[in-house]
Design a protein around this ligand. Structure first.
Ligand code: GLU
Ligand code: MG
Length: 436
């Protein structure tokens, strides 16, 4: 088709994917030089206004394809969908300090250099179908609920496969009209690249079917929250899984234990990245399986970090299947910033040889303050403002980000808070479910 375009795309600080498009036949030139984008574009809020930023009208970066894309053929009157991932380079051709993808690449590179490990990651996408009483009325987790969304699931699986994004499970979730799709693990940058593309492919599937979906962390104050948990594990340079240790109470190796302890140490700062909007804090909290405390446990869905033990008895299978799940993230997060922060936090735990954190085998909310203290369990931030302050005051976590990236993130997010500070929870949910 003549009008075929490639959408040169990037996930920005708000977790939205912005794009500039070129005609398909211009793609090889764009591949070399990228497309220009005003640096101040990195300060655009989800609402279209622009946060204070150091660039104003003056500077520009180039968005250069990284060699990963999600392509869906033209079908049913819809033109081709070709989402071409890019990273930002500055005037000197170097990775731009404010590029989330480059931040992640540096973090995974540091992890590889110091441990020899490659991080594998796989995301679970929870989202809600909106405005369809017949969908939301089905009893949760039933075959009936599944079949009510069977056309959407079928199109989603087809599209995710077509785009090479490895869908693995599709199911109705606990909330009214809530669905979940999970994809397989991918190594290194392919993990967050996939996460960015999957959200957009699912939005495209919904668009093509005239279905409305939202990844908003809370579609309404009293509805079940949507998380975007990330599972991760590691392989060594030879491709051998290195997380498992059959003799550890947590089933993970000493080095992986230090990695977990590093994340625990920087939990509040990481929440600013994982749960990055004011509305995110309507989701986080005890007794919702979204987690309300910075805690760690084996197969504990109220823990912020859960060891997901393998089902198999075969030791080789067990080593391959075991993984860690980080539960605070929601679908508004930037997957590059998230994976980058987890990698740096884990690496800091390894450098400091931190011991395995205490394991919690109950809902941490059911423990007394005293018990929680003795298990080093701290509440997660209660608001985005608290999380941003935690990031600003955590000198180590802050140092992982180039100052330009940290300051731009703080500015965008604080402006976002200011823009919605007078909204009721109902209004807040409505605003975010319409955007995300
Ligand atoms: N919907 C829950 C959340 O907000 C997660 C439920 C689950 O364990 O899948 O994170
Ligand atoms: Mg779920």
């Amino acid at each position: 088709m003549n009008g075929d375009v490639a959408m040169l795309s990037w996930c920005d600080l708000t977790g939205l994917v912005r794009c500039r498009s070129v005609l398909q036949d211009q793609l090889s030139a764009a591949g070399r030089y990228g497309v220009g984008w005003p640096s101040a574009g990195q300060a655009i809020l989800p609402f279209g206004t622009v946060a204070d930023n150091p660039w104003g009208p003056l500077d520009e970066v180039r968005q250069v394809p990284v060699g990963a894309n999600a392509m869906l053929a033209a079908r049913d009157g819809w033109p081709m969908f070709n989402m071409v991932l890019t990273r930002s380079i500055d005037r000197d051709g170097r990775p731009w300090d404010c590029c989330p993808r480059s931040f992640c690449e540096a973090a995974l590179g540091a992890l590889r250099q110091e441990t020899g490990w490659t991080m594998l990651s796989a995301f679970e996408f929870e989202f809600t179908r909106l405005g369809e009483p017949e969908v939301s009325a089905r009893p949760v987790y039933t075959l009936d609920a599944f079949r009510t969304s069977a056309k959407f699931f079928d199109a989603a699986v087809f599209a995710l496969r077509e785009a090479g994004l490895d869908p693995q499970t599709v199911e109705p979730e606990f909330g009214a009209g809530q669905l979940e799709i999970a994809c397989g693990p991918a190594a290194g940058m392919a993990g967050p690249d996939r996460a960015v593309m999957i959200r957009e492919v699912l939005r495209e599937v919904a668009r093509r079917q005239d279905v409305r979906i939202t990844f908003a962390p809370k579609p309404a104050p009293n509805e079940v929250g949507n998380g975007q948990h990330v599972h991760f594990s590691f392989i060594d340079a030879a491709g051998k899984p290195v997380l498992y240790d059959r003799d550890s109470p947590a089933l993970i190796s000493p080095l992986a234990s230090s990695f977990v302890a590093g994340i625990m140490r920087h939990m509040s700062a990481i929440c600013a990245i994982a749960a990055p909007a004011p509305v995110s804090y309507l989701r986080l909290g005890p007794h919702h399986w979204s987690c309300g405390y910075g805690s760690f446990g084996l197969q504990n869905r109220e823990a912020a970090i859960r060891v997901c033990p393998p089902a198999s008895r075969d030791e080789t299978d067990r080593a391959r299947a075991i993984n860690l799940e980080f539960r605070p993230p929601d679908g508004l997060c930037n997957p590059y910033l998230l994976i980058g922060m987890l990698a740096y936090a884990g690496l800091s735990g390894i450098r400091d040889k931190l011991p395995l954190p205490p394991m919690v085998d109950r809902d941490p909310a059911d423990l007394s303050d005293e018990e929680r203290r003795s298990l080093s369990i701290a509440p997660l931030p209660a608001s985005l403002l608290e999380a941003l302050d935690a990031l600003a005051n955590d000198t180590e976590a802050r140092s992982w980000m180039p100052p330009l990236l940290h300051d731009a993130f703080q500015s965008v997010k604080r402006s976002e808070i200011a823009a919605v500070q007078d909204k009721s929870p109902e209004e807040l949910c409505a605003i975010y479910r319409n955007i995300y």
